[in-house]
Design a protein around this ligand. Structure first.
Ligand code: AMP
Ligand code: MG
Length: 485
């Protein structure tokens, strides 16, 4: 065995069988390792002698199944751009749940592993560019301190897959706290009735909220717990300028991890209506819409729990609504707390919200780069760059300094807050695209490896990675690929 240390302990197959289909990954002709995440493997307690050994490629392509795995495709449903559909893993197989040395239970999933009973008209395959994109962005999110699924490996399969053009087939190994989604509950609500939902609530609490398992109102606690984590997640996304792009209910986890990196990207210049996906014509999933969409998604989640909230359907709806309506207030409070840290404040004053929104408005009007503007904020002086010599910006800067002085925030504390909340390096799309082009078209992984090194310590200023800090000279267009997949 090229890799040892897998400790599978699979709980998902104990759920009602309508929730999954046992299914083996489709065999691939000629698997080759493209990238392997050595530090993640170590964290998982996996021992790899040589990741480039072809046996490893067989394993991470699904040609060989590790001992203890129980491969299955999960059933789920989802609202896609607002429309309800029955879905399921159409191109992914969960190999099983691995127990790490620090007792975490993590799903090991192959994405792009061929047709399953849920593939509908799809081919079940994935191609190299988008799988490497998920690898880069998910690992960057992790380094930024944002809950996310992780990426353990990408292999090519030896097949050519037709998208708009022929592209190398590829499989990503994804590691996740679980693959339970809002859509999993939507599926169960339809197919499994109240007994099914009760089972799923128990399962989700056990797996993600063991501390609230023994409670008189488990369904309500689960709703509040998921909402709590999803609010924190969106606050993080807003902090770093991340646009997910496909916030369908099947892409919203119960664990609170970011999942499914399709047409996602980080904003360069600040604009609330930033959209990267070429299919999101209405801007449903634009940067500034993400909180409101999350609340909508959580309302769909709450609907699946209604029969457990109260025997009286009207009371159940009232309870669900009451909870969902707290979203805005909770979100706004946590968002403002985060923005305060971005500008170095460690106490609260009534005008802070205005101070923050004035800065954002100025950034939007002047197409200022979101990441750079926060990173260059300097208490002692205004940046000499032309953009920041603008009178309106200098006036804001003066107000900000006065605000800091009024509450006597020590400047080293202000500085520490700012450094830990404002990344210097994000995976800017032009750099990501450059690395993907080199990997897919020129067969060279060097730009991608160097990008990954830069993204590994995003809060540090390191001169060797200065080129990753700059926005592109020409702004990014929206993606031209369907869902980036
Ligand atoms: P995604 O946009 O990756 O979240 O996928 C949405 C749904 O479409 C999921 O049920 C996927 O399994 C399915 N899907 C996406 N691409 C394919 C494909 N090439 N073949 C089969 N199913 C797919
Ligand atoms: Mg998905």
């Amino acid at each position: 065995m090229c890799i040892t240390g897998f400790r599978f302990d699979n709980s998902y197959p104990h759920l009602p069988s309508l929730m999954y289909t046992r299914h083996l990954p489709v065999q691939v002709p000629n698997p080759r390792m493209v990238i392997f995440n050595v530090s993640l493997a170590k964290k998982l307690g996996l021992h790899v002698a040589d990741a480039n050994d072809v046996q490893c490629a067989h394993l991470f392509s699904g040609n060989r199944i590790p001992p203890g795995a129980d491969p299955l495709a999960q059933a789920y449903a989802g609202h896609q751009f607002g429309f309800f559909t029955m879905l399921g893993d159409g191109r992914a197989i969960v190999l099983g749940e691995h127990r790490t040395p620090d007792h975490q239970r993590l799903d090991i999933q192959l994405k792009g592993s061929g047709r399953t009973p849920y593939s509908r008209n799809g081919d079940g395959k994935a191609v190299l560019g988008p799988m490497l994109r998920e690898y880069i962005i998910s690992e960057s999110m992790h380094a930024l301190g944002i809950p996310t699924t992780r990426s353990l490996a990408v292999v090519t399969t030896g097949e050519q897959i037709f998208r708009e053009t022929e592209q190398p087939g590829a499989i990503l190994t994804r590691v996740a706290a679980s693959h339970l989604r809002v859509g999993t509950f939507q599926y169960m609500a339809i197919k499994g009735g109240i007994t099914g939902i009760r089972t799923l609530v128990d399962y989700a609490l056990n797996r993600h909220f063991p501390e609230i398992r023994e409670n008189d109102h488990p369904a309500l606690m689960l709703l509040q717990g998921v909402m709590d984590r999803q609010i924190d997640l969106i606050v993080h996304w807003m902090r770093v300028g991340f646009v997910h792009g496909v916030m369908n209910t099947d892409n919203i986890t119960i664990s609170g991890e970011t999942i499914d990196y399709g047409p996602c990207a980080f904003m360069d210049h600040y604009a609330q209506d930033t959209v990267f996906s070429s299919i999101d014509h209405a801007g449903r999933y634009a940067f500034g819409k993400q909180p409101e969409i999350m609340q909508w998604n959580l309302a769909r989640f709450a609907e699946t729990l209604l029969p457990l909230l109260h025997d009286n359907p009207d009371t159940a709806v009232e309870m669900a609504e009451e909870t969902i309506q707290t979203f805005r207030g909770l979100f706004n409070t946590r968002w403002l707390a985060m923005m305060r840290k971005k500008i170095g404040l460690c106490d609260e004053a009534p005008d802070d919200a205005i101070l923050v929104s004035d800065l954002l408005q100025w950034m939007q009007q002047h197409q200022a780069d979101y990441t750079q503007t926060f990173r260059m904020l300097n208490i002692d002086q205004v940046s000499p760059e032309d953009l920041y010599q603008h009178e309106a910006f200098k006036a804001w800067h003066q107000r900000w300094r006065e605000r800091l002085a009024r509450h006597a925030t020590p400047s080293d504390i202000a500085h520490t807050h700012m450094r830990s909340h404002n990344p210097a390096i994000i995976p800017r799309n032009h750099k990501v695209e450059e690395a993907l082009r080199a990997a897919s078209e020129n067969n060279t992984m060097e730009p991608l490896q160097s990008l990954l090194s830069a993204l590994a310590c995003p809060y540090e200023d390191r001169p060797e990675f200065a080129s990753y800090q700059h926005p592109p000279e020409i702004q990014n267009p929206v993606y031209q690929t369907f869902c980036g997949t």
